[in-house]
Design a protein around this ligand. Structure first.
Ligand SMILES: Cc1cc2nc3c(=O)[nH]c(=O)nc-3n(C[C@H](O)[C@H](O)[C@H](O)COP(=O)(O)O)c2cc1C
Length: 415
């Protein structure tokens, strides 16, 4: 065992460009928890869940996305940051997550058009182009967005900066700006969702302006020791969308801006590559990471599909990745990192049975994963639901109930 430990590249610390040291190479990637309290703030369930993950052995924990603007919500049980908010819940969240030595980044996000119509009927986006998922059952799931006005864009950039300042004040080690998976920043980057003709659309420089301004704004506002991460798509995997060449150029734009960690992912709701890639290999974004490595010195966190110790070790030893991001396994085996990194197990499994209809399978799977956050948030052990379909229905009912509460929260002035 000792020799495995001595040689294990997964257990090497990583020093980020700003000097912060992460104790090992495993990160719990962001997973939307959907268990905020009644005021859309972190509460008991989040604290319980993170006290579990604090013991996971991961050097880095990245929270599920929290919202930078009360008017945009990716899922109806999420934490919402707002001006003048009570910071006690955020402070407790950061403290619990760090209690066993992990670093914690708060992932900050705005959904843009990718929000369910039962949550927001008319979302905002770079351009009025609706999410289109094939199948009649998805026709009314998303609303047609309204294009943002120039001054609203500036205001949203400032909201990302304010969110980072709140995270810093609350004691998080840093933030991760969610620029992937088809949310607002990714919508600006993609020529499919951004057909603007002003300074925010057209050329890649213009489409990347929102992200670049957010990154510059945060770096200028926070202390040098506060980590700034960016999660970026390697590609959207859609014809005419944000392609690998674009992603490489965006990374080059980020290079001089003081980014401490770049997480590589891919896909969006229309083309959900983040949930399975091409299926050809376990760690499906590593090929892209290799190309990114050639043009950037920013430490790379590669997320998507990693399950086997040897694959993770090889990715770190070969320097294709500096950190390995893992999401789904943390829902079912919250303490697997110790066993895997120390060589006691070779592989972590996620054990979710498959349903025959791919669309239903995908949403039922997400509901089954989210159930584990609620269970751990209530101090229970992870456990698959008896019926994936029944669990999905319950999750939908809960979502609608939360959406009603959200609408009331907005009407009451979002406080
Ligand atoms: C239930 C669930 C919620 C997720 N929420 C987020 C999120 O809030 N932010 C994010 O960047 N990625 C989110 N993801 C994507 C994961 O971070 C990760 O990129 C993806 O699951 C692939 O990693 P894995 O194969 O290890 O699960 C989520 C994934 C799952 C399963």
């Amino acid at each position: 065992m000792v020799s495995v430990l001595e040689k294990n590249p997964l257990l090497e610390p990583l020093t980020l460009p700003n000097g912060v040291v992460i104790s090992n190479r495993i990160a719990k990637a962001a997973m939307e928890e959907g268990i905020s309290d009644r005021k859309f703030l972190p509460g008991e369930k989040i604290f319980q869940l993170y006290s579990r993950w604090a013991k996971s052995g991961a050097g880095l924990l990245i929270t599920g996305n929290v919202m930078v603007d009360p008017n945009g919500l990716t899922g109806p049980g999420n934490v919402i940051l707002r001006k003048g908010m009570d910071l006690s819940g955020l402070k407790k969240w950061a403290k619990i997550a760090k209690s066993e030595g992990s670093k914690i980044l708060l992932q900050i996000n705005h959904p843009g058009r990718q929000t369910f119509s039962f949550v927001t009927e008319t979302p905002v986006a770079p351009s009025p182009i609706k999410v289109k998922i094939p199948g009649r059952m998805f026709e009314k799931v998303f609303g047609v967005p309204r294009a943002l006005r120039g001054e609203e864009i500036r205001d949203l950039i400032q909201k990302f900066v304010n969110a980072a300042l709140l995270a810093e004040e609350a004691g998080f080690d840093g933030v991760e700006v969610h620029s992937a998976h088809g949310y607002l920043i990714n919508q600006f980057l993609s020529p499919i969702t951004n057909i603007r003709e002003d300074e925010w659309g057209g050329s890649l420089e213009n489409r990347a302006r929102f992200l670049v301004e957010v990154v510059k704004g945060i770096r200028a506002a926070v202390k040098p020791g506060f980590c700034l991460g960016v999660k970026l798509n390697s590609a959207d995997f859609q014809g005419g969308g944000f392609q690998e060449e674009d992603s490489i150029r965006v990374i080059q734009m980020l290079e001089p801006l003081g980014v401490d960690l770049l997480e590589i992912s891919g896909g969006n709701y229309e083309s959900p590559a983040m949930q399975g890639g091409s299926g050809k290999r376990e760690a499906y974004f590593l090929e892209f990471a290799k190309k990114a490595r050639e043009i950037t010195k920013i430490p790379l966190l590669v997320t998507g599909g990693f399950r086997t110790r040897s694959v993770m070790q090889e990715a770190i030893s070969s320097e294709e990745a500096d950190m390995i991001g893992i999401a789904t396994p943390f829902a079912f085996h919250p303490e697997f990192v110790h066993a895997l990194a120390e060589g006691k197990i070779e592989k972590v499994s996620t054990d979710i049975p498959k349903l025959s209809n791919p669309a239903i399978n995908s949403i039922a799977r997400m509901s089954a994963i989210r159930l584990q956050f609620r269970r751990m948030g209530e101090g229970k052990e992870p456990k698959l639901p008896r019926s994936l379909i029944f669990n999905l229905i319950l999750d939908q009912i809960r979502g609608r109930r939360n959406a009603k509460r959200y609408k009331k929260f907005l009407m009451d002035g979002a406080n």
